[in-house]
Each structure stands twice: as structure tokens, then as C-alpha cells.
Write a protein that binds this ligand. Structure first.
Ligand code: PAP
Length: 354
């Protein structure tokens, strides 16, 4: 490992001086903390408001946020164990807003001087294996968290956690956060289709009308959808150098322009030779839906996010378009969702397109 690389495992779990401290009985206190958090999670679960879930489990409301029970465990563990570094780049998304795509884009932008396009890791590795979700890192125990060799000098990590639930160190460090949002109508349809495919075979699919009602009531994974976006939008207004808000639609409409914005924001600006040499176009094409979805790894591999939650890679590539909601929502449903969005987002300078 050279000086531009960092060991994720080391950075995530070691004490500041690298020393592993044991208690009198030879236990690692991190392990004890882990058990405490798991016990706290088990104790708190039955006390939380519950609503029907989109898949097998119900959703619970924790500090105003709807989560699956296992999702809550991941969030509680991440809030306890995760220590943010000032150089970290964190991709934050509401579910189905383009996480997979933006993981690929940011990874490519940040590591473009290390890899050639012809032998790029994205050709053989799913973006979720290159950029980990913070809330899925600590499922087993901190010492069992997946070891990934960091490749760029900054760590690139990802989360679905709303701003309000981010670990304190993320809020207080001078890391940078890229927040991606998507038209809620497409996010709703994408999530509904995704969870329909993941449900246990014995469960009937959730009717769209029910999913629509739950979504409008804010009852969706990491929802309410609008609070999620507004939390990051507020943070970006307060600290534009720390939080950047982008939309799926903006990236789709003008990828070259938005890739350059992203590159500037994460501290890897493009130089004139790269611009004239077609590097942006090659990044757009490498990360495109057409390219990633045809790769063998994305057709056949799986993501084991936690002990209980496994997702075939192909489930992250469905249509990759703006406006698929038109094939599913009635005009009345679309109008209701637009109305909520307009009421909640209000101001004309918000970047979300309808
Ligand atoms: P996650 O939040 O569960 O990680 P996420 O990647 O945000 O999922 O959502 C998947 C959506 O992004 C899918 O949208 P759809 O259901 O409307 O089709 C998926 O098709 C789309 N997607 C995945 N990769 C790309 C890509 N490279 N370009 C554009 N869209 C993509």
C-alpha cells in the first residue's frame, strides 16, 4: 500500500494511536460497546411507533425517521462506531435517487488518475462493493467490518441516513457531503418495484395504491422523503462548501457539466488537458446505465449488505430513466404527489425538478 492509499479497516476501528486496548478480562471495549448498542436496539424496538412495511418487516419510526428494524440497528451502530475524517467524501442519497450511479461516478472521478478506463474496477466490480454504506459497515462487530483498501487519498463512503441522524462526527468534521435527490414520483416507483422483487416468495406484492399512500404519509425507508431532502438542503444553505445538492435529473440532462461540478466539489477538478482529451465523456460512458447494466458482475453478482439483507446486483439496474412514473401512476396520483412536493419544497431556488 503506497502513501496515497489508506486502510479503511484501520481508519474505522483503531484507536488514535493505533493501540488495541483490552479490559481486565481481555475483552475489546469496542466489542462490548457493540453488544450494548445491540441490546439498546432490542429494548427500544417495541417502544417505537410502527407502520406497515413495503416488504416483509414493518417500519418503525425513530426520531421522526421511518426505518426497517434492521435498518435502525445499522443506523444506531453507525452513529456509535463511525468516526468521520476531515478528508472523507460522503455520498448521501434518499433510497432510489441514483445511489449506484453516483457511487460509480464519484469513484471514477476521485480515482481517474489511478485507473485506466480499459481495466477499470467498475468493469468487474459492482459500485456497492467499491463504496460502502456506513450503516451497513458495523452489522457484525466493528472488528468484523468489511476491509476495503482505500484507493484515493480520501475515503469515499455512502449513506441513506437523513441529515438529522448522521453520526456527530460527520456533522462536525469538515468532510464533504454530496446529496442526491430525485423526483419523488420516480423514486416511489423505483422503490416499489425494487422491494416487490426482493419480497419473500410467500408474500403477496404490496399494491401500488398502498405504497403510494404510505409514501405520501412519509412512511418509506428513511422517509419522509421530503424531510430527507430538506435536511440536506438546509445544511447546504448553511454550509455550501460542505454540502452539495444534486438531482438525478440534472445529472441525466447534462452529465458533463455536473461531473465537472462534482469533481470541483470533491477536490479533484479536471485540468484543461483532461477536458480537451475527452476524459469527461469517457467517465459519462463508463458509468452510464447502458454500460454498467450489461456487465456480467452487475447481471449475476449479489450484495450481502447485512447478515439478513442480500440483494442481487441486477436489482440496482431497472430502467434508469426520468419519468417512468408515467407508466404506473394515475394523473391524480401524480398531481397529489406534486402538490405535496410543491408545498414542502416551496422556494423557487430549490433544484428539485417536478
Ligand atoms: P439504492 O438507493 O437502493 O442504492 P439506487 O441506485 O439509488 O438504489 O436506485 C436504483 C435506480 O437507479 C434505478 O432506477 P429505476 O428503478 O427508476 O430504473 C436504477 O435503474 C437507476 N440506475 C442504476 N444505475 C444507473 C445509471 N448508471 N444511470 C442511471 N440510472 C441508474
Amino acid at each position: 500500500m503506497d502513501s496515497t492509499t489508506c486502510d479503511f479497516h484501520q481508519l474505522l476501528v483503531s484507536k488514535p494511536n493505533g493501540e488495541v486496548i483490552m479490559d481486565e478480562e481481555g475483552n475489546d471495549p469496542e466489542e462490548i460497546d457493540h453488544k450494548d448498542i445491540c441490546m439498546e436496539w432490542e429494548a427500544i424496538l417495541p417502544t417505537l411507533p410502527k407502520q406497515k412495511g413495503w416488504m416483509a418487516d414493518h417500519l418503525v419510526q425513530y426520531q421522526g425517521v421511518w426505518l426497517s428494524p434492521s435498518g435502525l440497528k445499522g443506523v444506531m451502530l453507525a452513529r456509535h462506531h463511525f468516526t468521520c475524517l476531515p478528508t472523507d467524501i460522503i455520498l448521501s442519497t434518499s433510497p432510489k435517487a441514483g445511489t449506484t450511479w453516483f457511487k460509480a461516478l464519484l469513484f471514477t472521478i476521485m480515482n481517474r488518475r489511478i485507473y485506466q478506463f480499459s481495466s477499470h474496477p467498475l468493469l468487474t466490480t459492482n459500485p456497492h462493493d467499491l463504496v460502502l454504506f456506513i450503516e451497513a459497515m458495523f452489522d457484525q462487530a466493528p472488528t468484523a467490518s468489511p476491509v476495503k483498501d482505500g484507493i484515493s487519498s480520501s475515503r469515499l463512503l455512502s449513506t441513506h441516513m437523513p441529515y438529522s441522524l448522521l453520526p456527530n462526527s460527520v456533522k462536525t468534521s469538515c468532510c464533504r457531503i454530496v446529496y442526491v435527490c430525485r423526483d419523488p414520483k420516480d423514486a416511489l416507483i423505483s422503490q416499489w418495484q425494487y422491494l416487490k422483487r426482493l419480497r419473500p416468495k410467500e408474500m403477496p406484492p404490496l399494491p401500488l395504491e398502498e405504497a403510494f399512500g404510505l409514501f405520501c404519509d412519509g412512511v418509506s425507508h428513511f422517509g419522509p422523503f421530503w424531510d430527507h431532502a430538506l435536511g440536506y438542503y438546509g445544511a447546504s444553505q448553511e454550509s455550501p462548501q460542505k454540502v452539495m445538492v444534486l438531482t438525478y435529473e440534472a445529472m441525466m440532462t447534462d452529465p458533463a457539466f455536473n461531473i465537472k461540478r462534482l469533481a470541483d466539489f470533491v477536490g479533484h477538478p479536471l485540468d484543461p488537458e483532461e477536458e480537451s482529451g475527452g476524459v469527461v465523456e469517457r467517465m459519462v460512458s463508463l458509468c452510464s446505465f447502458e454500460n454498467l447494466s450489461r456487465l456480467e458482475v452487475n447481471k449475476s453478482g449479489v450484495q450481502q449488505f447485512t447478515a439478513q439483507f442480500m440483494v442481487p446486483n441486477s436489482n440496482f439496474f431497472r430502467k434508469g430513466q426520468i419519468g417512468d412514473w408515467r407508466n404506473h401512476l394515475t394523473p391524480t396520483m401524480a398531481e397529489s404527489l406534486n402538490k405535496i412536493t410543491k408545498e414542502r419544497f416551496g422556494g423557487p431556488d430549490l433544484e428539485f425538478s417536478l
